[in-house]
Design a protein around this ligand. Structure first.
Ligand SMILES: Cc1ncc(COP(=O)(O)O)c(C=O)c1O
Length: 381
């Protein structure tokens, strides 16, 4: 059983996640106390970050290319592994073009800037990731937020846009699996609406890729128009780092020519690209990994309901347990910690006021007895 007496360390972890005021950086995994906890907090959904194949791929890449590419893609930074990864992703997702970025945050800004300008109306889901909202700010578009996953609200806003100016091409932006809500967007229905109203669609699949959709290919898989760009990151199910944008050939070329976020940054580190490619190969060899994780997550949800919790939103590996006040959420986090579980209380401003929650992440390979420990830790809440 891990020692849990270190109050100040726990406080630092909470501040690191989302506390208002001063935030500190904490090295998770360095202390024995934290690494001894069962991780139900990180986004390593498929438990790949320490998989031998990823470690081997990254190590080989370091031996050949070094740690960094030390140059931007258009100058000296491009390596074979970048092109191999881009081609493999394009084939896997059936998209014409894939372009790597050093991070999902950067890729998202580039995606919005590629699809919108100051004349564009952007309709964004209420719970959209900060990076995409920053993209909207960067390109100067008019921003409207629609209620989370609310097709009626989105329809009304699209109608208004079109009646104001029939020539407008609004941009709708959503995530497919929402990181703090656990909910999934009705991508097909949103795509149909965009088609109907002549809008473009940008979808951030950061949390869904590798897990959701057919063979883990995400919830956009199989839908082309009006999805102009799919954004994905390697820092979650891929167990690596970096990101990509998948699009048609014309938008891909436009990104290469015009995107500052692509051109003026050091290329994705070769070991990270190599590890992401190894992760993709593992996903292709094990096409059921995503669906079995979803079944496991559904089982967890049903057990939580049996134990008196309201059914958490969604059906993917992110299970939000809405607690209410910040202090109550921290108390539950503490109780789980006493059972040897690392799960972080997510509090405002990351989530709306009064909805502080525990964000439980069901990951591949967590020990069998974990669910009972979680239920024990939550008992009497
Ligand atoms: C929905 C979503 N999009 C994008 C990102 C950014 O990805 P990255 O960590 O690769 O910068 C994150 C990461 O927190 C995310 O949750």
């Amino acid at each position: 059983m891990p020692s849990i007496s270190n109050q100040s360390r726990r406080r630092r972890i909470r501040a690191w996640m989302n506390g208002p005021g001063t935030c500190e950086l904490t090295e998770l995994g360095k202390s024995n106390e934290v690494s001894a906890l069962i991780d139900l907090a990180s986004n390593d959904y498929l438990n790949l970050s320490k998989h031998p194949r990823l470690l081997e791929a990254a190590t080989k890449a370091i031996a050949i290319e070094g740690v960094s590419s030390c140059g931007s893609r258009l100058v000296t930074g491009t390596r074979k592994v970048h092109q191999d990864l881009e081609n493999a992703l394009a084939q896997w997702l059936h998209r014409e073009h894939v372009l790597l970025f050093p991070s999902g945050f950067q890729a998202n800004i580039a995606a919005v800037v590629a699809l919108a300008n100051r004349h564009t109306t952007v309709l964004a889901d209420r719970y959209l990731h900060h990076s995409l909202l920053l993209g909207v700010k960067t390109c100067g578009a008019r921003l409207q937020r629609f209620s989370h996953n609310d097709l009626t609200d989105l329809t009304q806003r699209l109608k208004k846009c079109k009646s104001r100016n029939p020539k407008d091409i609004p941009l709708v932006i959503t995530e497919s699996l929402f990181s703090m809500e656990g909910s999934t967007a009705p991508i097909k229905e949103i795509a149909t609406l965009c088609d109907q109203f002549g809008a473009n669609l940008l979808v951030d699949e950061a949390h869904a890729l590798g897990v959701m959709g057919p063979e883990g290919k995400g919830l956009c898989y199989g839908i082309n128009e009006p999805i102009k760009i799919v954004s994905g990151t390697f820092g979650k199910a891929f167990g690596s780092g970096g990101a990509f944008l998948a699009s048609n050939a014309q938008i891909g070329d436009q990104l290469i020519q015009n995107s500052g976020a692509f051109k003026y940054t050091t290329a994705l580190a070769p070991p990270l690209a190599a590890a992401a490619l190894a992760a993709l190969q593992l996903m292709q060899e094990n096409p059921n990994w995503g669906s079995s994780l979803i079944s496991k997550s559904q089982f967890w949800r049903s057990k939580l309901v049996d134990n008196g919790w309201e059914k958490p939103a969604g059906d993917g590996p992110i299970i939000p347990l809405i607690i209410g006040s910040d202090q109550q959420a921290l108390d539950v986090q503490e109780k789980l910690e006493q059972k040897g579980i690392l799960s972080i209380a997510i509090r405002p401003p990351t989530v709306p006021e009064g909805t502080a929650r525990l964000r439980l992440v069901v990951r591949k390979g967590i020990p069998h007895e974990t669910l009972s420990k979680v239920l024990e830790g939550l008992a009497g809440k």
